[in-house]
Ligand binder design. Structure first.
Ligand SMILES: [Zn+2]
Length: 307
């Protein structure tokens, strides 16, 4: 991809996560009582926004009621020394959550991303992913006892006797691949996914399975979904994708032959596109991948590389 990773939405390391400090409950408590600290309220995976669709940010001093109404409050990091927390109001009704937060409505971050700065989009997505994980890990998978948050909200531990299992936020990696034609890097393979719009073409992607390397997953996905054997699998870049727990890992690869045979399940059609054809599509205003996705970046960096 050869681009600054901050150009990919939802990542960029905008906050100092202060891993050593957040492990200290007294430090977290002090940050929560610091009037300079900032709270971001979320509701059931959605940002709570004002009437002009700006995510609500409340100072810790003015938001004591917000915290006491929350299911969970987690430390996200330090922004120029100021602590930033996410507050989960998912246990409340829609209207009550908006009222508590002083918000007009609840909106998914992906629907807002075009109007948000890169840092705001990244922090909201991070908050969404971390709070989502907490809601799904309230009980221990080993003994069934309740779990409790620790490390400022970056672990949970089992409260059951003789258990104490420690849980870490889970990330589910997926590979996404731009495949070039054998011996002719002017052509790439795109597919139409089941349920996608009629003229919606994208690179191929799939989840990594247990016991696979990322490269193994690339080779398997292409073989399973498109009947294509690929070689020269090369890493391009990665993207945080906390919707709810993804990490998208981008690759280029080269097909061993131009023969394509889609599985008919996940993919309904796949074919080779030339750079010239894709450039014509872009010039005609037909988008190549969502603007916030690594799919978009893989395609546009491939087009740019042909210049
Ligand atoms: Zn347990």
């Amino acid at each position: 991809m050869r681009t600054d990773e901050r150009t990919l939405a939802y990542g960029g390391g905008w906050l100092d996560r202060a891993a050593a400090l957040r492990a200290d409950p007294a430090w977290i408590a002090a940050r929560l009582s610091d009037p300079e600290s900032v709270l971001l309220p979320l509701w059931r995976d959605r940002c709570l926004v004002s009437a002009d669709r700006a995510p609500v940010r409340r100072s810790a001093a003015e938001a004591v009621g917000l915290r006491s109404a929350a299911d969970e409050t987690v430390f996200l990091g330090l922004d120029a020394g100021r602590a930033v927390f996410a507050v989960d109001l998912s246990g409340r009704g829609d209207a009550e959550a908006c009222e508590l937060a002083g918000a007009a409505e609840a909106v998914d971050v992906r629907a807002l991303v075009g109007g948000l700065g890169a840092a705001e989009a990244a922090v909201q997505a991070y908050a969404k992913g971390l709070l989502h994980w907490h809601r799904g890990q309230r009980f221990c998978g080993g003994c069934g006892a309740a779990t409790a948050a620790g490390d400022g909200g970056h672990t949970r531990s089992c409260t059951g006797p003789d258990c104490g299992r420690l849980l870490f936020p889970r990330i589910e990696p997926a590979v996404i691949v731009l495949v070039e034609a054998p011996g002719d890097a002017e052509w790439c393979l795109l597919a139409r996914h089941r349920g996608a719009a009629e003229d919606s073409w994208s690179t191929l992607a799939g989840f990594v399975e247990i016991g696979e390397s990322l490269e193994d997953a690339v080779r398997r996905e292409l073989a399973e979904e498109a009947g294509v054997t690929v070689v020269d699998v090369a890493y391009q870049g990665s993207q945080a994708w906390p919707f709810p727990a993804g990490l998208m890992v981008g690759f280029r690869a080269t097909a061993a032959s131009t023969e394509v045979r889609v599985d008919g399940e996940e993919l309904v059609e796949a074919r080779w596109f030339s750079r010239a054809e894709l450039r014509e599509r872009v010039a005609a205003g037909r988008p190549l991948g969502r603007i916030d996705s690594i799919d978009h970046h893989l395609l546009h960096s491939w087009l740019a590389a042909g210049d």
